[in-house]
Design a protein around this ligand. Structure first.
Ligand code: HEM
Length: 474
């Protein structure tokens, strides 16, 4: 072996043993809590498949803010100081896991949310302008149009019992389709809703329990994927043929964007991946955020009354309130924030460490997997007073300033923070406000959150609410 090769191997070995230390910690490393636990809860891989939310809370209650979970060989983290290091200061040592992304991207697309490294950076740079506050402002008309269509359905009865989760998913999918393609394809949106459910289900099964996937599920997955692909490629082909003139939608923005390094645009295949990513990331998350907010309002009549007064007073019965008017709704904004605290649509994020890494007295080996669990982070008393109480006022500036900056991250943090945050906030608040102007929401005997952690957190079979037209309010 040449000296150069020997030297390189020696250097690589040295690098392998390097321990990145976030601070100078005293004392010997100690095992991460949970390492020695051999109870079925922590060792049976089916526990995380059955109920990851419950498992997360039990792990934190028993062991604290960093817990080793033997069944998945990963670490649950809800320690806000550590998350600040992981996502901001030492972000270069933590990446999304290639293994995890490889398992989910066949179903949800190999786009912005699943790409890693240089490829991700390139896509993010290209996509950022399409999601700026300014770009988002042009989508308000779409929110209003889609809401009007939904209200036409709801108004057929003075009072109806509805599955608010399903309704919100339909609405936000219709919105994202219009924002992407500026076409109204209702039939398409109904087909896509069920196909997307299948793809999401498949990606999570592929991640946690591939051995449980049946032949009929694989067949359903392949059919769902083929049906969505057919529609997406048809739309792209049609646009390539007819050009983007007069189109102000996301597809036009994506198609006209040029990579700095090659001076070329996005290929059809990459466009397809990005669209798939946006379909899922862009509708399911916002839909659940709003559905849980409406559930919380129905369960908390005092807050619902104040909310109803705010939208009545500040929007003065306007059918299509402007962006500025919607922005003035402080309580509505706080309700959406508090709902995303208690029911974060993104209930967890995954990261892998690229070097041996020491935090406090724990040393995590290179390649260790982390589950950054917003579900737990948002619900622990270390950071929140009465964490299970629905209290939108905790987001008043004078109270929120005392909360750890990294104890609340429904949209993530750092370089990979949600690109759709402005769109989601504008959309979520518009939907809430317009529903609040028009309807009064009440819980029924069957109303329950029915939380279910899939790729995102949702409600199965959905949240039932009674919706009454406001003029009929007693
Ligand atoms: C309430 C609604 C939403 C929530 C709670 C949410 C949450 C998140 C979170 C936590 C991440 C970061 C994941 C990570 O770091 O591992 C993320 C990323 C992402 N979100 Fe959202 N999201 C929402 C709405 C949207 C919307 C409306 C869109 C687009 C139409 C969108 C598109 C994306 C994309 C493309 C990424 C990947 C960004 C990247 O890695 O560069 N999201 N989202």
């Amino acid at each position: 072996m040449s000296n150069v090769v020997e030297e390189r191997i020696e250097n690589e070995e040295k690098e392998d043993q390097t321990v990145i230390m976030s601070e100078k910690y005293q004392g010997d490393p100690i095992p991460v809590p949970g390492m020695l636990d051999d109870t079925p809860l922590f060792n049976d891989p089916m526990e995380i498949v059955r109920d990851p939310l419950d498992l997360t809370m039990k792990a934190i209650e028993k062991y604290g803010k960093i817990v080793y979970l033997k069944s998945t060989n990963s670490y649950i983290v809800v320690d806000a100081d550590f998350l600040e290091e992981m996502l901001i200061h030492n972000e270069k040592y933590f990446s999304k896991s290639q293994e995890t992304m490889d398992k989910i991207s066949p179903a949800i697309g190999n786009g912005l949310s699943t790409l890693i490294g240089h490829e991700w950076k390139r896509q993010r740079k290209l996509a950022n302008p399409s999601f700026s506050k300014k770009s988002v402002s042009q989508f308000f008309e779409i929110f209003h149009e889609c809401l009007d269509e939904m209200f036409d359905e709801w108004d057929k009865n003075d009072t109806s019992i509805i599955n608010i989760t399903t309704e919100m998913k339909r609405l936000t999918l219709r919105i994202v389709i219009k924002c992407l393609f500026s076409t109204d394809i209702i039939k398409f949106s109904n087909d896509v809703t069920s196909a997307l459910e299948i793809l999401q289900e498949h990606s999570i099964n592929n991640l946690w329990a591939p051995h449980l996937i049946t032949e009929s599920q694989t067949k359903a997955y392949e059919e769902a994927k083929a049906s969505i692909d057919a529609v997406i490629y048809e739309i792209i082909a049609h646009r390539r043929e007819n050009g983007n003139e007069g189109k102000n939608d996301l597809l036009a923005m994506y198609m006209s964007a040029i990579y700095e390094d090659t001076n070329e645009g996005m290929s059809d295949t990459q466009l397809r991946h990005e669209i798939m990513n946006l379909f899922l990331a862009g509708h399911e998350t916002t839909a659940n955020g709003v559905a849980f907010a409406l559930y919380l309002l129905a369960k908390n009549p005092e807050v619902e009354k104040q909310f109803s007064q705010e939208v009545d007073n500040l929007l003065s019965g306007k059918k299509h309130p402007s962006m500025e008017e919607l922005k003035s709704l402080d309580l509505t904004a706080r309700i959406f924030k508090e709902s995303l605290r208690l029911y974060p649509s993104s209930w967890a994020m995954s990261r892998v460490v690229t070097h041996n890494y020491r935090y406090k007295n724990y040393v995590f080996p290179k390649g260790a997997d982390f589950i950054v669990a917003q579900w737990g982070l948002h619900r622990i008393s270390d950071y929140w007073d009465e964490p299970f109480r629905f209290d939108p006022d905790r987001f008043l500036p004078e109270r929120f300033k005392d909360i750890h900056k990294f104890a609340y991250m429904p949209f993530g943090a750092g370089a990979r923070k949600c690109i759709g945050v402005h769109l989601a906030e504008a959309e979520g608040q518009t939907i809430l406000a317009r529903i609040g102007q028009r309807y009064h929401l009440q819980a029924t005997e069957k109303t329950a959150p029915n939380t279910k952690a899939k790729l995102f957190m949702t409600s199965v079979p959905g949240i039932e609410l009674q919706v009454t037209k406001k003029t009929k309010r007693a």
